[in-house]
Design a protein around this ligand. Structure first.
Ligand code: 0X9
Ligand code: ZN
Length: 474
């Protein structure tokens, strides 16, 4: 089987590219000439296996499930293999390299006067933007450093909240966490994440929902979870997905979204082979990037919700991602997820689909499964635009509209949380009261801690009682 994209960092060394036999050495951009992206409609698993063999680079699956359509990057010279085998497919991207060339021309056009969200931004520019936010919103935004990537790049982020103090003298408000770019080539995630942060902060005084959110919660944004991979995509390896772990002398990489401990290691949703694009790594949390994200999340006293931004396919995905078994609180996920896709549709007219692994594919060892599995908080994956016209090489003109999708989704998720619905059946009723009372009596558990102080106490009771009076989720 042909292996996936590999980069050689050692001078003079040579490697073979995926879906292409071209070789390249240090500093040379990997080229994707004579390659297309095809959308296959597999008749059986054999068709998928054939594509895994000749391509090795699945871009994504469209909504429709494991037996639905899947997108693969292939060489033109391999199309006869598909034809011979009779695999039903259509070409969705005719010329991968020309998309990348167009993007490069736009990126490095010196004559364009652009705002931050009119163009994709590299690691240094994103870092500078975070400093700008800190300077623009002193006391509201704090830069954080979570730790370093495998090549030593800081994984930075920022905390954002209003000066309204946490209820009841709690040291910290409950936290909502937004994470993007575990996958290096999914540039739109970085921009959408920053767009959400910017909207939240800049509309505080004009938008009641933004004010309510910033007064109630603290937001943590980590725009670039995989800085080494991001760097590769900006320096010639535009379609790099994984991190930059060196294996057998070559940068092969681990898929960070297969490296988390919940569901880790299953071959149904990850690979044990380092040449695969879904290589899970040698052990759960073998990678520094997932370690530092995990450690930061563990340090948060009360995490209420998180979104892991990816692209593409326009999906809102609930847990579990590693198994079809329904998660506890599935009805609450359904309520929140449906509200999110409806909100996106009414905001930008763009259709997203909500669902579980049945509408995509199984993925083992993902971040959202870990967040949900270990904290019980609402944890979602959002696959942003588009649906395959441009795939990962989404033109910059999509940044603002996709940011608006993300903003509609994020605000709706938060305002739909209904935290007092402790058993997550979409009603705040006596069965929740029983759970609340038990937590209150035990005094230590943070199960019903709405204030974020890790104790269920009278302050939480006030919040619970208010929701109980309304008897239903808002
Ligand atoms: O495979 C992934 O990690 C995500 N898709 S992507 O195309 N961005 O790589 C999706 C993972 C989450 N969910 C499910 N498979 N349900
Ligand atoms: Zn992804």
């Amino acid at each position: 089987m042909r292996k996936s994209v590999s980069v050689i960092l050692l001078a003079g060394a040579i490697s073979f590219g995926a879906a292409g036999q071209e070789t390249h050495s240090v500093g040379t951009a990997e080229k994707f000439d004579n390659q297309k992206v095809v959308r296959i409609s597999p008749r059986s698993i054999a068709d998928v296996n054939l594509l895994e063999q000749i391509s090795g680079d699945r871009w994504t699956c469209g909504a429709g499930g494991p037996n639905g359509e899947a997108d693969y990057r292939v060489r033109i010279s391999d199309l006869p293999l598909l034809n011979q085998a009779g695999v039903p497919y259509r070409v969705i991207i005719d010329d991968v390299q020309s998309l990348i060339d167009g993007e490069q021309a736009e990126l490095f056009n010196p004559f364009q006067d652009r705002g931050f969200f009119d163009a994709y931004q590299d690691y240094a520019a994103v870092s500078a933007y975070v400093d700008n936010l800190v300077a623009t919103y002193p006391g509201w935004v704090t830069r954080i450093s979570l730790g370093n990537s495998i090549q030593g790049r800081p994984i930075f982020g920022f905390r954002a909240t209003s000066p309204v103090p946490p209820i009841g003298g709690s040291p910290r408000k409950p936290v909502v966490f937004f994470n993007s770019l575990q996958h290096a080539r999914e540039w739109i995630g970085v921009m959408s994440n920053l767009y959400v942060a910017t909207q939240l902060l800049s509309t505080y005084s004009t938008n009641a929902a933004a004010r309510e959110m910033l007064d109630t919660y603290e937001f943590v944004f980590v725009p670039i979870s995989n800085p080494d991979g991001y760097n590769l995509t900006w320096t010639g390896q535009r379609l790099w997905r994984k991190n930059a772990r060196v294996i057998s002398g070559t940068v092969r990489g681990v898929d960070l979204n297969r490296n988390w401990s919940v569901g880790w290691g299953l071959s149904s949703g990850s690979s044990g082979s380092s040449t695969s694009e879904t290589y899970r790594g040698s052990a759960p949390f073998s990678e520094p990037e997932t370690q530092v994200l995990r450690d930061y999340a563990i340090s948060v006293p009360k995490l209420v919700a998180s979104i892991d931004f990816h692209s593409y396919s326009q999906l809102v995905l609930r847990p579990w991602t590693y198994q079809y078994t329904l998660p506890p609180g599935k009805v609450a996920f359904d309520r929140i997820g449906s509200a999110m896709v409806n909100a996106i549709a009414s905001s930008t007219g763009t259709q997203y689909t909500y669902g579980g692994p049945d509408i995509l594919y199984l993925a083992s060892g993902t971040a959202p499964d870990w967040f949900f599995g270990t904290t019980g908080s609402v944890a979602l994956t959002i696959e942003l635009r588009d649906t395959g016209q441009y795939g990962f090489v989404l033109p910059a003109s999509y940044i603002v509209p996709t940011g608006q999708d993300a903003w509609a989704a994020a605000t709706t998720m938060i305002t739909s949380l209904c935290r007092a619905d402790l058993n997550r059946d979409n009603f705040v009723d006596d069965s929740d009261f029983v759970l609340f009372a038990a937590a209150y009596d035990a005094f230590l558990t943070n199960a019903a801690d709405f204030t974020g102080d890790a104790i269920t106490d009278d302050y939480d009771f006030v919040i619970f009682a208010d929701a109980y009076d309304h008897f239903t989720c808002p």
